[in-house]
Ligand binder design. Structure first.
Ligand code: ADP
Ligand code: MG
Length: 703
C-alpha cells in the first residue's frame, strides 16, 4: 500500500496564498495588499518591505535560498534568473538573509537576449520585471533547491510590454470595466468587478525518454520529422478514455501531487484519442492565474516525466498521421457578486441580459475573427488547424440547437417566444435513472463552442501560452460591450433600445454561427460564401495584428500600442523562420548522418545476398528486385536532400522578416515534405536492424 496522501493539507503548501499572507502580515499591511489585489494601484514602500520580509521568512522556512522574478517573455515559455537572499556579511563575518520590498516589486534582469521585435536595441536593453500582485508567489522545488518564484510582468525601459502577461492584465482591466457597465444597465449595482475566468484543458504525449533521446528530431524540434505510420493507429479508438497504464499512472499521480502543492487544481485526467496521448484539466480560475498555472502545468509535466524515464511532448503535432494536441480554452465572465454573464438560465429566450451578452460576443467574434484565429496560431498548430482533426482555420460559433433557434426567432421576428426543451433521456433499463437531457448535444468540430455557461475556444495549440488567446477574447468582447453600453446608457427607453440592439447585432452577425460539421469541405465553401476569413497558416495570420481595425481596438483599450503590435508581428515572423530552419537542419543532419548511411549499409547486405544466392545456383530475383527498389528510393531521397540543403542555405541567408518567413513557409516546408516521403518509404523497406532510430511503433505503442 502506498502512503496516504492528505490532499487538503498538501494543497497550495508551496504557495504564498492570501490565507498565508493574512496569517503572517500585520493587519494593516494585509488590508493594503488585499485592496491593491482587488482594485489595483501601488503598494506603499513600507508595506512592500513588510510583505517581502514575510515572504522571504516563509520561503526560507521551506528551505528556499533563492528567489526569482518569474516572467513570460515572447518566447512563449517562462524565464527566471535566480538571486539568493544572501547579503554582505558584517565585520564579524555574520550574514543575514534579506529580501526588500524593492527587490520584490521590481527586477532588472539583463534580459537583452529575449525577443523584443525592435522595441529595444541592445544599447538600450533595460528590461524590467514588475510584481504581479494578482498572481500568488510560489516555491518551485527542483534540483536547484526550493526557489521562491514571484510572478512578474516584463516591460521595456519605456514601459512597452515585452511579454504575454502585461497585455493579458491590460485586457482583463478592459473587460472588467466594460462588462461592469453592462451589468449596471441591468440593475446589478452590487458588482464592483468582473473577472474573465479560464479553464485550459492540456493535451500532451508521453514517450520513453531513452527512445526519445535516440531521435534528433524529438530533441531539437520536439516532434518527429521522419517516420512511417505504424501498422496500427488510433482507428480502434481503444486508447481514448482507456485504462491508464501503470507507468503513466505513476507519472500522473506524481504530477498531481506536484501541481496541488503549487496550488494548481489538477482535476481531470484521461487518455486521449491517440496512442500515448493524454489530457489534464484544472478547475477554472481568473484568466491571469490560469495562464500562469498553465505554464506551471507544462513545465511540471516535463520535469516529472523525466523522473519517470519519460519524455513529455507538448508539440501540436509530434507524429504525422496521429492525432495532434491542443488546448481547449474555456472562457467565461463573472461578476464579483456571483453572476456569470454567460449563464443562460432555464429560459434563455427571456433572459435579456444574457441575450445582449450573446449578441455582443457574436459581434465581437465576427468582427475580429481574424484576430482570434491569429491568437491561436503558432508554428506547430499549422499542422493541426484545418487538418481534419482539429477545428478548421475558419472561425465560427457553435451555439447548439436551442440557442441557435432563439437567435433565429429574434432575427426573424424580434421575439423569441419558444424554447426547444431538452426532454428526458430514457435508458430503457428500469434500474438506471432517467436523466433530464441537455437541450444541446456537443459539436466537437467547432472552433468556438458555447458549452452551457462558457465558451470553449478549441483552436489553441498545446504548446502555446494561453496569454494571447485570452487577451484577444477579453479585448474584442470589451469593445463590443463598450459600444453597446455607449448606446444603451443614452437610451430614453432602455427596454426598446436593448431589444433593438440585440436584434440588430444578431441580424448583422448571424453569419458567424455554424452548427454543422466544421471538418467538412462544404463548410470551407460555405464560409467563403459568407465572407468569413479562412487563414490557413501562421505566417498569413500575422498581418491581422496590424490592420487599422486591430490597432484601433487595442489602442482604444490600452492593450497594445501600434509599436507593440508591430514588434510582435516582427517576432512572429522571426520565430517562424527560426523554427522551420531548425527543423530543416535537423532533417538534413538525420538524413546525411543516419538514414543515408544506414540504407547504404543495407544495400551492401542486399547486394551480397544477390551474388551469394546466384552463386548457390538459386533464383535471386527477390533480393535483386529489393535491391533495385531500395537504391532507386535512396536516389530520390538524395536528390530531395540536395534540394532542401540548397533552399535552407538560401532561406537562412535572407534578411529577417516577412519575406523570409514566407519563403520558409512556401519553399522550405515543401522541400522538407519531399525529403520525408522517400525516407519514410525506405523505412518501410529496410530491415529494422539497420534503421538508425526508433520508429512510430516503438515510440507510441511501447511506452
Ligand atoms: P469537457 O469540455 O471535457 O467536458 P468540462 O466541462 O468539465 O470538460 O470543463 C472543461 C474545463 O472548463 C475545466 O477546466 C473546467 O474547470 C472549465 N470550466 C467549467 N466551467 C467554466 C466556466 N464557467 N468558465 C470557465 N471555465 C469553466
Ligand atoms: Mg473540452
Amino acid at each position: 500500500m502506498s502512503a496516504l496522501i492528505d490532499v487538503e493539507d498538501l494543497f497550495a503548501e508551496n504557495v504564498f496564498t492570501v490565507g498565508t499572507m493574512e496569517e503572517r502580515l500585520p493587519k494593516k499591511v494585509f488590508e493594503e495588499v488585499a485592496a491593491v489585489m482587488e482594485n489595483g494601484g501601488e503598494l506603499s514602500k513600507s508595506a512592500a518591505d513588510v510583505v517581502a520580509k514575510a515572504m522571504k521568512d516563509w520561503a526560507v522556512e521551506k528551505g528556499a535560498t533563492h528567489y526569482t522574478h518569474w516572467f513570460q517573455p515572447l518566447t512563449g515559455i517562462t524565464a527566471e534568473k535566480h538571486d539568493s537572499f544572501i547579503t554582505h556579511p558584517d565585520e564579524t563575518g555574520k550574514m543575514l538573509m534579506e529580501f526588500s520590498g524593492k527587490e520584490l516589486i521590481k527586477g532588472e534582469p539583463d534580459a537583452s537576449s529575449f525577443p523584443s521585435g525592435g522595441l529595444r536595441a541592445t544599447f538600450e536593453a533595460r528590461g524590467y520585471t514588475a510584481w504581479d500582485i494578482t498572481s500568488p508567489a510560489f516555491i518551485k522545488e527542483t534540483a536547484t533547491g526550493p526557489t521562491l518564484c514571484i510572478p512578474t510582468a516584463f516591460c521595456s525601459y519605456k514601459g512597452e510590454a515585452l511579454d504575454k502577461k502585461t497585455p493579458l492584465l491590460r485586457s482583463m482591466e478592459a473587460i472588467d470595466k466594460q462588462a461592469l457597465r453592462i451589468a449596471r444597465l441591468f440593475g446589478n449595482t452590487g458588482a464592483k468587478k468582473v473577472t474573465a475566468s479560464v479553464g485550459a484543458e492540456q493535451e500532451y504525449f508521453l514517450i520513453d525518454q531513452k527512445k526519445a533521446l535516440q531521435r534528433e528530431d524529438i530533441i531539437f524540434a520536439g516532434r518527429t520529422l521522419f517516420g512511417a505510420p505504424a501498422p496500427k493507429g488510433q482507428e480502434m479508438d481503444d486508447h481514448y478514455f482507456g485504462v491508464i497504464r501503470e507507468r503513466i499512472g505513476a507519472f500522473m499521480k506524481d504530477l498531481n501531487i506536484e501541481l496541488w502543492k503549487l496550488g494548481v487544481t489538477a482535476k481531470t485526467q484521461h487518455n486521449e484519442a491517440a496512442p500515448a496521448q493524454h489530457e489534464l484539466a484544472p478547475i477554472y480560475e481568473s484568466a491571469n492565474i490560469a495562464a500562469d498555472h498553465n505554464q506551471l502545468i507544462m513545465e511540471t509535466m516535463k520535469r516529472i516525466a523525466g523522473k519517470h524515464g519519460l519524455r513529455c511532448l507538448l508539440h501540436e503535432k509530434p507524429f504525422q498521421g496521429v492525432n495532434g494536441s491542443g488546448k481547449h480554452n474555456n472562457w467565461s465572465i463573472t461578476t464579483d457578486n456571483g453572476v456569470n454573464l454567460l449563464e443562460p438560465g432555464q429560459t434563455p429566450n427571456e433572459n435579456v441580459q444574457f441575450l445582449l451578452v450573446l449578441a455582443c460576443i457574436m459581434k465581437a467574434v465576427d468582427t475580429h475573427a481574424d484576430l482570434l484565429r491569429q491568437s491561436a496560431s503558432n508554428v506547430g498548430n499549422d499542422h493541426r488547424l484545418g487538418a481534419n482533426e482539429a477545428p478548421p482555420a475558419i472561425i465560427s460559433i457553435f451555439l447548439g440547437e436551442q440557442l441557435e433557434d432563439v437567435v433565429k426567432q429574434l432575427v426573424e421576428t424580434g421575439e423569441a417566444a419558444n424554447l426547444i426543451k431538452g426532454g428526458k433521456l430514457e435508458t430503457g433499463v428500469s434500474t438506471l435513472p432517467d436523466f433530464q437531457k441537455d437541450a444541446t448535444d456537443r459539436n466537437r468540430t467547432s472552433p468556438f463552442a458555447f458549452t452551457g455557461n462558457k465558451f470553449e475556444f478549441r483552436m489553441v495549440g498545446s504548446e502555446d501560452s494561453i496569454g494571447s488567446p485570452n487577451t484577444i477574447l477579453n479585448a474584442i468582447v470589451a469593445e463590443a460591450f463598450c459600444e453597446a453600453a455607449d448606446i444603451l446608457e443614452q437610451a430614453d427607453d432602455f427596454d426598446v433600445a436593448v431589444h433593438d440592439l440585440i436584434k440588430e447585432y444578431m441580424t448583422k452577425h448571424q453569419r458567424i454561427i455554424f452548427n454543422g460539421n466544421g471538418y467538412s469541405e462544404e463548410w470551407v465553401k460555405e464560409a467563403e460564401r459568407r465572407g468569413l476569413p479562412n487563414i490557413p497558416s501562421m505566417v498569413e495570420a500575422v498581418e491581422t495584428l496590424t490592420t487599422p481595425k486591430a490597432i484601433s481596438l487595442f489602442e482604444k483599450f490600452g492593450i497594445f500600442t501600434k509599436a507593440e503590435l508591430e514588434s510582435r508581428a516582427e517576432i512572429l515572423y522571426e520565430t517562424y523562420a527560426k523554427t522551420i530552419n531548425i527543423e530543416a537542419l535537423t532533417m538534413i543532419d538525420m538524413a546525411n548522418k543516419q538514414i543515408v548511411p544506414a540504407v547504404i549499409r543495407y544495400t551492401k547486405t542486399l547486394a551480397d545476398s544477390v551474388l551469394a544466392v546466384k552463386a548457390a545456383g538459386a533464383d535471386n530475383c527477390v533480393a535483386s528486385e529489393m535491391l533495385q527498389k531500395v537504391t532507386k528510393t535512396l536516389k530520390d531521397m538524395q536528390s530531395a536532400l540536395t534540394i532542401l540543403t540548397d533552399l535552407e542555405k538560401k532561406a537562412s541567408a535572407m534578411p529577417q522578416g516577412k519575406e523570409q518567413a514566407f519563403y520558409y513557409h512556401e519553399h522550405v516546408i515543401k522541400a522538407m515534405e519531399d525529403l520525408r516521403k522517400p525516407a519514410d518509404e525506405l523505412e518501410k523497406m529496410v530491415d529494422k536492424e539497420y534503421w538508425p532510430f526508433p520508429t512510430y511503433a516503438d515510440l507510441i505503442f511501447e511506452v
